[in-house]
Structure formats: structure tokens, C-alpha cells
Write a protein that binds this ligand. Structure first.
Ligand SMILES: Cc1cc2nc3c(=O)[nH]c(=O)nc-3n(C[C@H](O)[C@H](O)[C@H](O)COP(=O)(O)O)c2cc1C
Length: 188
């Protein structure tokens, strides 16, 4: 089969979605939706991620050097889509119903309905022209107790139903189209 060359893009490369939780200067929580997130090795597992432009999430992380990363499931999709489409500069962004808790190790807001929450501390900010790459230590992982059950990994993944994204659409773990960016939030 032939190939065609394209400009830089990542269609057909599904990515896991996370909601990053931060506190602003007054201690109010903010959540943003992110998918440029992966893992690094430096004696133990760490995280690397990139934020483009200057977002409230980035301003808060620059100030505090810590944040949470909460995996997005189908149950959380409408909220996640909203957090990805509405800027933290909008003073009404966080006026929605959310079950927000606190990290066990770091002073970060976590989403109680997300089954896996990372508590992250940034060790390196790599500033590019219009984006910031961050390398992070994983200070703690909060995982729902239900994920310690005797079910297989496949059964657990089907139950928690993490959402993936590519081609500006959301997809279920099994590959079902869950709508384009900006659609699920209409259900809120
Ligand atoms: C599906 C999806 C994935 C996103 N992933 C990223 C990402 O990895 N990096 C980034 O800089 N922005 C990403 N965004 C954009 C931010 O979520 C968006 O700018 C949001 O308003 C940030 O929230 P904040 O202003 O409260 O920080 C994504 C948006 C969507 C809809």
C-alpha cells in the first residue's frame, strides 16, 4: 500500500485524555483537558507533558510546580469536554457541579469520580517558542479500590471505560465514536 506525506499532525494516533487539576492564587480549583501526556524513565517512572500557549492551567503550574492528572472516563466525558472547550480565563468556568477532593501527598485538587489520579511535581520546565514541555515526578497515584479486584485488566478497563481522542473526536475504549470536540458538553 502506498503512503502520502503530510504536514505535522497526529490523526489516527489515539491518545488518552486527562483532566489536569490546579489551584489559582486564591486556592480556587481549575481543571483543563489535556492529551499530550506520556511517560519517562529516570530511575522510576515519571511523566512528560506539553501545554501549548499560555493557559490558566500552565500559569497555575508555573506558580505551584504541582498538579493532578485525572484519567477521563465516559462518565466524565461531558465535563471533560467542557473543561477543554472553556478557558480558565472565563470567571464562570468552574461554576459547575464537580466532586473535587484533595491529593494524599500533594496539595492538588483531584476529581473523585476519576478512577486514577496522578499527583505530579514538575522538575523541569522546557520553554519553547509557543509551548512548554514539563517533566514531572509522580509523587503519588490514587487508584479506586475497585481496581484491586480479581477481574482481568480487560474487564476493569471495560468497566472504567477510559476515553481516547484522535481526529478531533472522542472514542470509547472499544472504538465507538463518542462525538466531536465540543459535542459532549452540550449534555451538561
Ligand atoms: C480533546 C482536547 C484535548 C486537549 N489537549 C490539550 C493538550 O494536550 N495541550 C494543550 O495545551 N491544550 C489541550 N487542550 C486545550 C485545553 O484543554 C483548553 O485550552 C482549556 O481551555 C484549558 O483550560 P484552562 O484555560 O483552564 O487551563 C485540549 C482540548 C481538547 C478539547
Amino acid at each position: 500500500m502506498g503512503k502520502r506525506s503530510l504536514k505535522p499532525y497526529n490523526d489516527y494516533c489515539p491518545q488518552t485524555l486527562f483532566l489536569y487539576g490546579t489551584y489559582d492564587e486564591e486556592g480556587n480549583p481549575d481543571f483543563g483537558l489535556f492529551c499530550w501526556f506520556s511517560y519517562i524513565w529516570d530511575g522510576e517512572m515519571g511523566v512528560m507533558c506539553c501545554i501549548g500557549g499560555n493557559k490558566t492551567t500552565l500559569e497555575n503550574i508555573r506558580r505551584n510546580k504541582i498538579f493532578s492528572s485525572n484519567i477521563v472516563t465516559e462518565e466524565l466525558l461531558s465535563v471533560a469536554d467542557y473543561m477543554g472547550c472553556v478557558s480558565g480565563k472565563n470567571p464562570d468556568k468552574m461554576k459547575i457541579d464537580l466532586d473535587i477532593g484533595k491529593g494524599e501527598v500533594l496539595d492538588v485538587p483531584v476529581l473523585n469520580n476519576s478512577p486514577v489520579n496522578f499527583e505530579l511535581e514538575v522538575t523541569d520546565f522546557i520553554e519553547k517558542h509557543d509551548g512548554t514541555v514539563m517533566l514531572c515526578k509522580i509523587r503519588n497515584v490514587l487508584q479506586d479500590e475497585s481496581l484491586s479486584s480479581d477481574e482481568t485488566a480487560e474487564q476493569k478497563l471495560r468497566r472504567i471505560a477510559p476515553v481516547k481522542t484522535t481526529c478531533k473526536h472522542y472514542f470509547s475504549y472499544g472504538g465507538k465514536d463518542l462525538g466531536s470536540w465540543g459535542e459532549p458538553m452540550k449534555k451538561l
